[in-house]
Design a protein around this ligand. Structure first.
Ligand code: UDP
Length: 322
């Protein structure tokens, strides 16, 4: 499944943590890649493995630029749209930018894709499931979001609009879209700056600072290694049967944050102490966390042939080794 163009792929957000690993995978498979990134949370150094490759080109600019996105979409066979607001802390600090980047940026990409009939992968998020307790989360399950006065939910809500819009482009205009709901993705190059827990714990453990577990630490997540996530994205966008579908992309290995802290401490051989920090101290007043988050991956397995397998010990060792 692909349109035509000078480049095989346009990757928006390609200088980010996930995007840069995706670019490396595509190039290793002989694909040419054009990246659009505004370098707000991504960085040039993430692209060290790609920038000298003749199959690769970076355009520094924003998905909010309608003319630019249209011009770039025209040059590419397939679009993978990853550019988005990143990280819970970032989202709470920059609520206007979060909504605008996610909603307007995705609308621009869909309009640009439609103008040249280019297939597009839209990166959505497990945050969409919100406070649902229907574990494991199935793609057709209800979503349960909190009140609009709690800014965290603007992220899930803006991504839900992206999903509705992408599905509408498929249903009403026949644009081939694939929507992936990414669960907690981790690996080398991920920054702890935007609140993400694992890079933070690793940085704290390796520098001898206290490992900061928020709340009671009994909240759970399923972590996947980024290499397996980008492989899944490529398998899905290359599979015509995935068109018009929303697909969970994540692992089923559920772990509590307290246990995660213990693993990081023991595997890194750190002497850091593990401390519990109440949510009121960690985040602004209106914060709400999710107690459990775990995907049903049967659709992913059916469409991509497999789902992420790396266990948490392997993941922690991989990050520590880089
Ligand atoms: N968390 C934590 N300590 C930190 C950063 C995060 O205990 O220093 C917790 C956070 O409250 C949440 C979990 O780790 O319960 C995962 O947080 P992250 O921001 O990585 O992802 P998300 O909440 O989007 O799953």
């Amino acid at each position: 499944m692909s349109g035509s163009g000078e480049y095989d792929y346009l990757v928006t957000g390609g200088a980010g943590f996930i995007g840069s690993h995706l670019c490396e995978l595509l190039i290793s498979r002989g694909k040419s890649v054009l990246v659009l990134d505004d370098l707000s949370t991504g960085s040039l150094s993430n692209l060290d493995g790609c920038s000298d490759n003749p199959m690769f080109r970076l355009v520094v600019g924003s998905v909010l630029d309608e003319a630019l996105t249209k011009g770039l979409a025209n040059q590419c066979g397939t679009i993978i749209h990853l550019a988005a607001a990143v990280g819970v802390e970032n989202i709470i600090r920059q609520p206007v930018e979060t909504i605008e980047t996610n909603v307007k940026g995705t609308e621009n990409i869909l309009m640009a894709a439609e103008s040249c009939g280019t297939p597009v992968f839209i990166a959505s998020t497990s945050e969409i499931y919100g406070k649902s307790e229907n574990i494991p989360f199935r793609e057709d399950g209800d979503i349960v979001l909190g009140a609009t006065c709690r800014s965290r939910w603007s992220y899930a809500c803006s991504k839900a609009i992206d999903e509705f819009l992408a599905l509408a482009y498929w249903k009403a205009k026949g644009l081939p879209v694939v929507i992936g709901r990414l669960f907690n993705t981790v690996g080398p190059r991920q920054s702890g700056r935007y609140g993400m827990v694992l890079p933070r714990f690793i940085e704290q453990a390796t520098s001898g600072k206290p490992i900061t577990v928020f709340g009671d630490g009994e909240q759970t997540r399923c972590f996947s290694l980024v290499y397996e996530i980008v492989e899944a994205i490529v398998s899905l966008i290359e599979n015509p049967d995935a068109v018009g579908k929303v697909i969970n992309i994540g692992s089923t290995g559920e772990i509590s944050i307290r246990e995660l802290a213990g693993k990081v401490k023991s595997i890194s051989g750190s002497s850091s102490e593990i401390i519990l920090i109440p949510y009121e101290e960690a985040y602004p007043d209106d914060f709400e966390d999710m107690r459990r988050r775990a995907p049903d991956v049967s659709l992913l397995q059916a469409l991509a042939g497999k789902s992420p397998q790396a266990g948490i010990d392997t993941i922690i060792r991989e990050i520590l080794s880089k």
